[in-house]
Design a protein around this ligand. Structure first.
Ligand code: ACO
Length: 452
């Protein structure tokens, strides 16, 4: 399967655009008031966004570290892939606004854009789609692996394991330093992720796995693998496939979020790309990140009715109650999440087109309305994020709630792999190794067991 890729011209060219250079505009003086020592640190900036202080020599010059739990003020890398302006609600993939891509593009075109840095020309697009289509099958040995999972295992638990196991099945192309290996694995991951995801679902419902069909597009193929059965033909609903494609575009990348940063951190050790992506899936699983879409639907179900919305909002504001409005708030967006705006509109459209009336949508709209007028949410700039409405769309597409984060993982694989490629193509990977402020016991002597 790898040979087909090796022979094509499209993959011998550089896999992603060069990093733009960091510009140094000025310096900032940090004076240590304990001893008057001073370090002049460069202020660096990129093409867009706030500048940053380059603190690389801070420890050497002043013997100080910086302390920033949660990386609230820390850039971990430079990147030319995605730009977010959280105050203005702007999201650009390689410079293209997300709403334009959502309106005109497709998920595979966006995946190409993220990886290569530019939109594909017609021949490149056809070739990329061809390669992805022809790498969707998974090794038959993986079925045995799948069968080892208990029937009620959470699909994300299966995904973490099964995606990581791909490294054992496709170890011919895992060298992070080889550009062709890098690109083959990128294609394989984007191509195989839906097959793995559908297999996880089929395993959980005890149905036979459905093989990927080459005559279908990326999203139709996935829906066919999810809902097709050997007993009768399955007709993919084009509205569902289109909606899924749009959701995948919106979820494809989001700069240095927790899972992408995880992929980069693991990648910085020289680990193979499949191990890196598996670590990204694990990071995505948490409810503060990709797990939020599942948590939103559970929350809406618990609220159950518009009449209970006010009570839910009060609970979310109560500091003695650890209940949060899932799907609300974002580390970066402090105005609105542009993806949420698109998904909100899309949610109404898809439900209309599919002729579905979901009372959960009424609950979600009532919740949004109440929260957006409430001082607590206004003051903290808490707006619906990408996951607030996505679950309702997934539900309308008959995707089970446990699969929601898996859907996110399929889409985000494009972003993860683009970041991993960018990191490795640069050829200057430095192992990520944060420091800490130690607050444990000072040095003390070992006490023999009998004296404790
Ligand atoms: N409901 C109620 N209060 C909230 C919420 C919420 N959803 N989100 C934040 N707050 C409050 C916090 O309690 C805090 O209040 P305080 O200043 O009085 O202490 C303030 O708003 C700031 O919140 P932080 O947690 O400090 O913000 P942070 O940037 O660390 O967290 C996060 C962002 C994790 C997304 C948070 O808003 C949250 O937990 N949201 C719900 C989960 C969610 O939807 N996650 C998906 C994010 S999008 C994605 O990953 C795809």
């Amino acid at each position: 399967m790898g040979d087909a890729l090796l022979s094509t011209h499209a993959y011998s060219k550089s896999e992603s655009l060069e990093y733009g250079e960091l510009k140094m505009s000025n310096t900032i003086a940090i004076v240590d008031s304990r001893n008057g020592k001073q370090a002049d640190l460069p202020i660096v900036s990129g093409a867009l966004g706030d500048p940053a202080i380059d603190i690389a020599k801070l420890n050497k010059e002043l013997g100080l570290f910086t302390y920033d739990p949660g990386f609230v003020s820390t850039c971990s890398t430079k990147s030319a892939i995605t730009f977010i302006d959280g105050d203005q609600g702007v999201l650009l993939y390689r410079g293209y606004p997300i709403d334009q891509l959502a309106q005109h593009s497709s998920f595979l075109e966006v995946a190409y854009l993220l990886i290569h840095g530019d939109l594909p020309g017609p021949a490149q697009k056809t070739e990329f789609e061809h390669h992805v289509t022809h790498h969707t099958m998974i090794h038959e040995g993986l079925k045995l692996f799948m069968n080892g999972f208990h029937y009620n295992a959470h699909p994300m638990a299966m995904m973490v394991g099964i995606a990581g196991s791909l490294a054992a099945f496709y170890h011919d192309s895992l060298d992070p330093e080889d550009p062709q290996h890098r690109m083959i694995t990128a294609i394989r991951l984007i191509a195989k992720m839906p097959t793995l995801a559908a297999a996880c679902y089929k395993h959980s419902v005890g149905q036979p796995y459905v093989y990927p069909k080459n005559n279908l597009d990326y999203c139709s193929r996935f829906l066919d693998m999810m809902f097709g059965v050997p007993a009768e033909p399955y007709e993919v609903n084009p509205i569902a496939a289109k909606a899924l494609d749009l959701l995948f575009i919106l979820h494809a990348d989001h700069e240095q979020n927790a899972s992408t940063s995880t992929v980069r951190l693991v990648g910085s050790t020289g680990a193979n790309p499949i191990a890196c992506i598996a670590s990204g899936i694990a990071a995505l699983w948490g409810p503060a990140h990709g797990g939020a879409n599942e948590a939103v639907l559970k929350m809406l179900n618990e609220i159950g009715d518009k009449s209970n919305v006010a009570r839910a909002v009060e609970r979310a504001k109560d500091k003695n109650d650890n209940f949060r409005l899932m799907g609300f708030g974002h580390r970066v967006y402090k105005n609105f999440d542009p993806r949420a705006k698109i998904i909100r509109e899309m949610c109404h459209k898809v439900l209309n087109e599919l002729g579905i009336h979901d009372p959960l949508l009424d609950v979600a709209m009532a919740l949004e309305e109440v929260a957006l007028k409430d001082d607590y949410f206004v003051e903290r700039k808490l707006y619906p994020n990408v996951d607030f409405y996505s679950g309702i769309i997934y539900k309308a597409l008959k995707i089970p709630v446990e699969m929601f984060t898996v859907m996110f993982a399929i889409a985000r694989t494009a972003g993860w792999i683009a970041h991993w490629l960018e990191q490795n193509a640069a050829g200057d990977v430095k192992i990520g190794r944060p420091r800490q402020i130690y607050v444990g016991p000072k040095s003390r002597d070992y006490v023999p067991l009998g004296q404790r």
